[in-house]
Design a protein around this ligand. Structure first.
Ligand code: AP5
Ligand code: MG
Length: 188
């Protein structure tokens, strides 16, 4: 089972992905978390990513693809994975497609979480990660619109996109996700 979560900052990708890990029994791969960990550990990837993340810009594709190529070939990914925050550009999506085609492991679906913009800002403001300052949030939203939202059509054209209303409680959103997953044969 290979699933992608797409959606703007603060929409609930990480929150719902964590719940799905237990439900589907596959690993949750968040490029944001991997990059933050690399920054904490002071690795080369962390040093190269830091300024981009802290200003709300995307980390260059080459860096993200380098860590994902390695991660997706780990043994725990054999039964599938849930991608959160990757791919985030058309270049990353085409690289992922090539990776999947080479291994004959097609994508099962791309789930788009949607919430109103004022709700996004409210959710992020109450969390308080270092890139959750209002000005950085605006920059992240801008990059989502310019660089990531074209992926919605990319997956829609392939019949893989499923839109999910992300408003309401975490339980309500999780139920909607479960319903969509059951339609694509991805239930427990
Ligand atoms: P990343 O870590 O992926 O951040 P993001 O996409 O901006 O999204 P967030 O993690 O902020 O939001 P989320 O949708 O996961 O929401 P969450 O569940 O936390 O990326 C960070 C940075 O890394 C990027 O800006 C970029 O620089 C870099 N990066 C990462 N991947 C990259 C890539 N592929 N290419 C290039 N650069 C990359 O929820 C948010 C808050 O809302 C939480 O407090 C949560 O408790 C709350 N919440 C969740 N659901 C609900 C609900 N239903 N009701 C009320 N509150 C809720
Ligand atoms: Mg997240």
């Amino acid at each position: 089972m290979r699933i992608i979560f797409v959606g703007p900052p603060g929409v609930g990708k990480g929150t719902q992905a964590q719940r799905l890990v237990a439900y589907l029994g596959i690993p949750h791969l968040s490029t944001g978390e991997m990059l933050r960990q690399a920054m904490e550990e002071g690795t080369e990837v962390g040093r190269l990513s830091q300024a981009h993340i802290q200003s709300g810009k995307l980390v260059p594709d080459e860096i993200v693809l380098r860590i994902m190529d390695e991660r997706l070939d780990q043994p725990d990914c054999r039964r599938g994975y849930l991608l959160d925050g990757f791919p985030r550009t058309i270049k990353q999506a085409t690289a992922l497609d090539e990776f999947l085609a080479a291994r004959q492991t097609p994508l099962c679906g791309a789930l788009e979480l949607k919430v109103d913009e004022d709700q996004l800002v409210a959710r992020l403001a109450s969390r308080g990660r270092t890139d959750d300052e209002p000005e950085i949030i605006r920059e992240r939203l801008r990059h989502y619109g310019a660089q990531t939202s074209p992926l919605l059509d990319y997956y829609r054209r392939r019949g893989l996109l499923h839109e999910i209303n992300g408003m309401g409680t975490q339980d309500e959103v999780f139920e909607r996700i479960q319903r969509v997953l059951s339609t694509i044969g991805a239930k427990k």
